[in-house]
Design a protein around this ligand. Structure first.
Ligand SMILES: [Zn+2]
Length: 90
């Protein structure tokens, strides 16, 4: 009975690991085999890098903001609409 419980827990763990790997690495198979320490950690690191958004510096004040939250104007990135209006400060 205890072995069955452990087996079910193992299956649940496997399911989560496979789902996480599929989401990150674009459906790369062999999750059960490559789960061992080194490879798994490396895959997780590269996934974090891919997930991390590119930071851009405001051309006016130098503040770093995620690219999706930045305001673009005249080929530069700005942290806010006001700084875009104020323009580039050298
Ligand atoms: Zn700014």
């Amino acid at each position: 009975m205890r072995n069955l419980l452990l087996f079910v827990l193992f299956l649940i763990g496997l399911f989560y690991v496979r789902r996480a790997l599929r989401r990150g690495a674009g459906g790369r198979g062999g999750a059960a085999g490559s789960r061992a320490d080194g490879g798994g950690a490396a895959a997780e690191d590269s996934r974090r890098v891919l997930d991390a958004e590119q930071m851009v510096a405001c051309a006016h004040c130098g503040l770093h903001v995620p690219e999706s939250e930045s305001v673009r104007g005249s080929g530069e990135f700005f942290c806010s609409d006001e700084h875009r209006r104020l323009g580039v400060r050298r």
